[in-house]
Design a protein around this ligand. Sequence first.
Ligand SMILES: [Mg+2]
Length: 404
Amino acid sequence: MEQIVIHVDMDAFFASVEIRDNPALRGKPLIIGSLPGERGVVATCSYEARKYGVHSAMNIKEAYRRCPQGIYMHPNIDKYKAVSGQLHEIWNAYASAAETVALDEAYLDVTQQARDLEGARRIAMTIKQRTRDEIGLTCSVGVAYSKTAAKTASEEKKPDGYFEIPTPKDFVDLMIDRDVRSLYTVGEMTAEKLYAWGIRTVRDIQEKQDTVIRLLGKQGQWITKLAFGIDERKVTPYRPQDAKSIGREVTFQEDVDNFGLLKDVLVLLSLCVERRAKRYGLYGNGVTLKLTYYDMKSITRSRITSPCDCAAVIWQEAVKLLDHVEKRPVRLVGVSIYNLSGEEGRQITLEDYFTDARQRRDEEVKRMLEALQDRYRLDFAGHLDQIYQMDTLHKTVEYMRKHI
Ligand SMILES: [Mg+2]
């Protein structure tokens, strides 16, 4: 095998840590997140709670409706972070590169250490054993030739699972008759679009490649590759110090002197920044606004902020900066977050998980988008997940410029 990737994913992580520390919770539907009566969502729940249809990110009200007999608890983030540190020590011991996805999840490149499938299997079993013995928790592990296949494999036998997908052919054999949503990165919105064209399974994607690519552009190309088991991405250890900033900018076809339009465009750019920051689990500790005027003079203005990865906050800070610059015609506008830190570098507050702060911010972003739709007669419902692609972003911004 050219590349051997392990994907490790802890089973119901927050809930499992609580059960480990309080065996009286074992066998009960345990829901970590908000408490009933508060606003907020489920962070994680035990497998017993899942039987009632409760899942992560579900509104707590809905969770309570489905499972009133559940035990509800606020998360104990500091404890989970400490456990995550121990897990990473185990994982790092067997990989030449480890890419952290979340506190409880990582890709490991074990190509050198494992040499072959047999070796990878031994490493996977050792990781599972050590996680159980030293930390008292179970995990699911997938071994495969690619990141996507490894992630798919770790999902396959959850909880306490182990599964191998050695070749692209094995991947295709496994997935071919499954729903398109079973392909990594295909979400609800993308699936709806594919369904509308009668594309329901991975086989349909294979057979209607042209339609998929026409419908979804770059994302369609990626999905089509996945449908054939192709994913050449490398395991890249993320080190926050490697990245200086995360930003997005657009150049207008014609100079813009309407600063209201700039503010609106910054909503979309902030969303793009948020998306990338979240993908890498990064937070900015400052926001930068960049403008290039019609005469090619560029300026940047920055503000230090508390750690942020949220579009609403990024946008607010950018707009404050925009209010204080010279009002001359603009040809380029950009926003970025800088002074990045990773999950470990940031104090995760309980607020993140169980108060309504996160939900409030999401609602704020939704309101901002609705305002944009009204103002420009846009309809994001169909293509919001494509706005992150450069060409769609450009087209949308140009459309806004012409329809203000
Ligand atoms: Mg997990």
